[in-house]
Write a protein that binds this ligand. Structure first.
Ligand code: 5AD
Ligand code: SF4
Length: 427
């Protein structure tokens, strides 16, 4: 999400005549896009600001701005604390950056953290940063109103709003013409995407279908799905179109009903496993990944065991795992006690990571001997004689170079596997 926001900022500023530079030491303006999701993310920003302080000492005219969620969450307080900051701009204020830069240029501190009910940056053509020219992100909605009790996003990114489907399709078409072959539709909860077009309403399966029929050579991915909103209709559309990737990211967070209820996730363990069954039954070979938080307020050993049990039952192909980190203003911070000791969070996380490694490894070993269509992304980091790409399941596949170029598809048979990578040969 943040990466996609940086591309929007780059576009707005490029249109105003600013130029991105590759070397930080050459920059006259440094804008730091920030995340607030866990305390660790904010700690990293503070460290980075520390480094910027030394840059500013050497170059007093340097303008430094803080963008995104941490800017939104901390507003003026952070500017008072971190005197080096000239600009603070929240996630809905990027259009005002040229004005804020002008204000900062005249020596005044500039702040804009007003959240909007309708800003989607639909008309902005993102400048693709750090691009491999093959895969790109398209933001289809902003904000979130689910208010999971641990999560800062609804406060930092505001109300949920969907983007005009016409502008999403246009962006995808442009990317395809430029040679991109994979787009990932992004939103906090893409399944609740909704856009009223006259009498017609475009929902997420509708948008997915419009994307899928653009060109069979364009792969479509999406993230993230909230389990409560992953409908049978979405599953049907994924199954129907070969170019909609067979990979679903479905954050479960916990396997215990007591914890899920306290997290305000609005589904039970049984309902979640029901969705997993629906995916497995209707989309053969679909990869399922998840997010798990360990050590949430009041989580018992029994709850933790339920999470481990669910992981095995769901047989996740991949998981992002986190220790619970209390975030200011959230329901959990205001109402619950962050009472799982740090060392218990640590040891539970280790167990979860260990189990996921086993699950990922078995998932990859099941692919031995299988042949996948792989979209080549570039040269492998380890060897210039090898390519790397991804299969539809979003697994990284490494194989000896072929005559094809990045951005082209090649069929690869899997010969070896680790828990992170599939190694194969093109056929
Ligand atoms: N502490 C730990 N992890 C969190 N996440 C969101 N908020 C928190 C928090 N306060 C995790 C969730 C979410 C992912 C993007 O980040 O697992 O799905
Ligand atoms: Fe946060 Fe829940 Fe919204 Fe995801 S769905 S962004 S976890 S509030």
């Amino acid at each position: 999400m943040n990466f996609s926001d940086s591309e929007i900022v780059a576009s707005i500023l490029t249109d105003e005549g600013f130029e991105a530079c590759l070397d930080l030491l050459e920059a006259d303006i440094v804008l730091l896009n920030t995340c607030s999701i866990r305390e660790h993310a904010e700690d990293r920003v503070r460290k980075r600001l520390h480094y910027f302080r030394s840059l500013k000492k050497k170059k007093p005219g340097l303008t430094i701005g803080l963008l995104g969620c941490m800017a939104e969450r901390t507003k003026i307080a952070l500017m008072e604390e971190e005197q080096l900051l000239d600009i603070i701009a929240g996630p809905d204020s990027y259009r005002h950056l040229p004005g804020l830069l002008e204000q900062a240029g005249s020596g005044q501190k500039a702040i804009d953290t007003i959240l909007s009910a309708d800003e989607t940056y639909a008309d902005i053509h993102p400048v693709r940063l750090d691009s491999n020219g093959v895969s790109a992100y398209i933001s289809i909605m902003r904000g979130c109103e689910n208010f999971c009790s641990y999560c800062v996003v609804p406060y930092a990114r505001g109300q949920e709003r969907s983007r005009d489907p016409g502008s999403v399709i246009r962006e995808a078409k442009d990317l395809f013409i430029q040679g991109y072959r994979e787009v990932t539709l992004l939103g906090q909860n893409v399944n609740s995407y909704q856009w009223k077009e006259g009498k017609e309403t475009v929902n997420f399966p509708g948008l997915l279908e419009r994307m899928a029929i653009l060109d069979s050579q364009l792969r479509v991915r999406f993230a993230t799905s909230h389990p409560k909103d992953l409908s049978d209709e979405v599953i049907e559309i994924i199954a129907k179109y070969p170019n909609i990737c067979k990979a679903i990211h479905l954050p479960v967070q916990s396997g215990s009903n007591a914890v899920l209820d306290k997290m305000n996730r609005k589904y039970t363990r049984e309902e979640y496993l029901g969705r997993i069954r629906a995916i497995r039954n209707n989309i053969p070979g679909c990869a399922i990944s998840t997010d798990i938080i360990t050590g949430f307020c009041g989580e018992t050993e029994e709850d933790h065991q339920q999470t481990l049990g669910l992981m095995k039952e769901a047989a996740f192909d991949f998981a992002f795992t986190f220790k619970y980190s209390e975030r200011p203003k959230t329901i959990a911070a205001e109402q619950f006690d962050d009472n799982v000791p740090a060392e218990v969070k640590e040891s539970r996380l280790r167990e979860i990571i260990g189990l996921q490694q086993e699950l990922s490894s078995s998932s990859n070993h099941r692919d031995l001997g299988e042949t996948f269509e792989v979209l080549i992304e570039g040269e492998s980091k380890r060897s210039d004689k090898q390519y790397f790409g991804r299969n539809s399941q979003n697994k990284v596949v490494v194989f000896p170079k072929t005559v094809q170029k990045p951005g082209e598809y090649v069929k690869v048979t899997i010969k070896r596997a680790t828990s992170a990578t599939l190694i194969g040969e093109a056929i």
